[in-house]
Design a protein. Structure first.
Length: 464
């Protein structure tokens, strides 16, 4: 009781103080721009402080979003054993989360472009923690579907605020590197959760594999409330383009006016052919990513005879591969390809295809070899997973970053949903052979889709 009491008091206190808010929705309003500080030394000092503070807050916060999102995956084998659900039923839950998360990513992206990322992200994280706990108290498929659907919806409140902050606090020539480091927060959360959740499920039951992450996410949400702020101009700082003297084009330098929600959605997203290409490619990239993440542990348990804990460590190496791959992709796109994301997306997707094929066709059951393949898939799949989001922000407009990345994210999680129930049905009917055929086909389609964006760099060179 004291824990919930303190949490509620903290949230209510923030809402009351927030610009004398009269509606709960007023808490999400962006902070007004303050007069620009003219002292260059003060500006430099403040920018250094706030860039570091914003970055580590986003990093920790998003790691916990991922923490609560993947807890179910690693409780799944124990749930099958205790509750008697089959693969297709639990795959349905994974699909529900992906669909609700994907839809939320798009619609919350539209909202976040007109909102304060501090409150948007922190409230979303607190509520994902709450619904993780509710899920752990449930025992029927209907309640699992309801609570996991709500969890997915509030999961969608994490990415768009981060995209907005990364676009406003870091300039284009450095953004790939900053974004790639931030993207490793997925991998940090993903590397820890299989070990923690598998340990909790094995020693205390699957319910504690849901309770533990949920409680941690509530505390992490309160941490974000304290640490995050809005854009540089809300703190009296110049735009990042002015501070870094890093304008993608002369046209971008003049883009000071506010965009309407309609203009953001239609001109810079729905009528933008590059965003559509990225979105469709992301659909197939996420089928692969989610399939490997959700089904590899069960694949190793059923076909290799590994224990839950040993099989769970393979996902640890998938995330470690993703951690390194994200950094390599961001660095390569900034320093080798001078801010172009297309070449890295194409090359990494090609190696995803090659690695999946060899994992499929290589005989034997040596754990180090199985783990190596999973590591390499993680290394290469997290390159396009991360850079498609960067490209969407840059091929749209900085004030439409949340909407653009939310739109491509929506397609991504429709793809992720296909890796749940539908892929579970394929595995049930065609075995693991069908699983690998799907992944190879998805790799080929994603590769073909990304090739046309090889030379494209920023929206201002291509949009009127």
């Amino acid at each position: 009781m004291p824990f919930y009491y303190v949490t509620c008091l903290a949230i209510i206190d923030v809402i009351i103080k927030r610009n004398n808010a009269v509606s709960v929705f007023d808490v999400f309003k962006p902070d007004p721009h303050k007069p620009e500080i003219q002292d260059k030394k003060v500006v430099k000092k403040k920018y250094l402080y706030w860039r570091i503070r914003t970055f580590y807050s986003m990093y920790v916060g998003y790691a916990f979003f991922y923490f609560s999102r993947k807890s179910f995956t690693f409780a799944m084998p124990a749930m099958i054993q205790e509750l008697g659900f089959d693969k297709s039923e639990l795959g349905l839950l994974a699909s529900i989360l992906s669909l609700s998360y994907g839809a939320s990513k798009f619609f919350s992206g539209i909202m976040s472009d007109k909102s304060n990322p501090r409150f948007f992200m922190s409230v979303g994280l607190i509520l994902t923690g709450v619904f993780n706990i509710f899920f752990g108290f449930s025992s029927t498929l209907v309640l699992f579907m309801v609570f996991w659907g709500f969890n997915g919806w509030f999961q969608g409140w994490g990415w768009p605020p981060c995209a907005k902050l990364l676009t406003h606090w870091y300039s284009q020539s450095e953004r790939g590197s900053w974004w790639s480091v931030w993207n490793t927060s997925h991998n940090l959360g993903g590397a820890v959760i299989p070990i923690l959740a598998a340990f909790l499920a094995q020693h205390y039951g699957w319910r504690w594999a849901m309770f533990g992450p949920g409680i941690l996410c509530i505390f992490a949400g309160l941490f974000l409330l304290n640490r995050l702020r809005d854009t540089p101009r809300s703190l009296g700082l110049p735009t990042i383009e002015k501070f870094k003297d890093d304008y993608p084009s002369e046209k971008h330098e003049k883009d000071r006016y506010e965009l309407s929600a309609k203009e953001i959605l239609f001109k810079y997203v729905l009528k933008n052919k590059f965003i559509w290409i990225l979105a469709i490619s992301n659909f197939f990239i996420y089928i692969i990513r989610q399939a490997v993440n959700d089904w590899t542990q069960l694949f190793f348990v059923e076909t290799k005879g590994y224990s839950y804990l040993v099989a769970g460590t393979s996902i640890f190496w998938f995330e470690i591969g993703g951690f390194i791959g994200s950094l390599a992709a961001g660095w390569g796109s900034d320093f080798i390809f001078k801010g172009r994301r297309g070449p890295v997306n194409v090359l990494f997707t090609l190696f995803v295809l090659i690695t999946i094929y060899f994992m499929w066709k290589t005989p034997g059951g040596t754990f180090w070899l199985d783990t190596l393949f999973v590591f390499l898939i993680g290394f290469f799949i997290f390159g396009p997973q991360m850079l498609i989001g960067v490209a969407a922000a840059e091929l749209s407009h900085k004030k439409a970053a949340g909407t653009a990345t939310g739109f491509t994210g929506w397609f991504a999680y429709i793809g992720a949903a296909m890796a749940g129930g539908p892929l579970g049905m394929i595995i049930k009917r065609s075995g693991w052979e069908g699983f690998f055929i799907v992944l190879v086909v998805c790799s080929i389609i994603a590769l073909i889709g990304l090739v046309p964006l090889w030379r494209v760099k920023s929206y201002s060179n291509h949009l009127g």
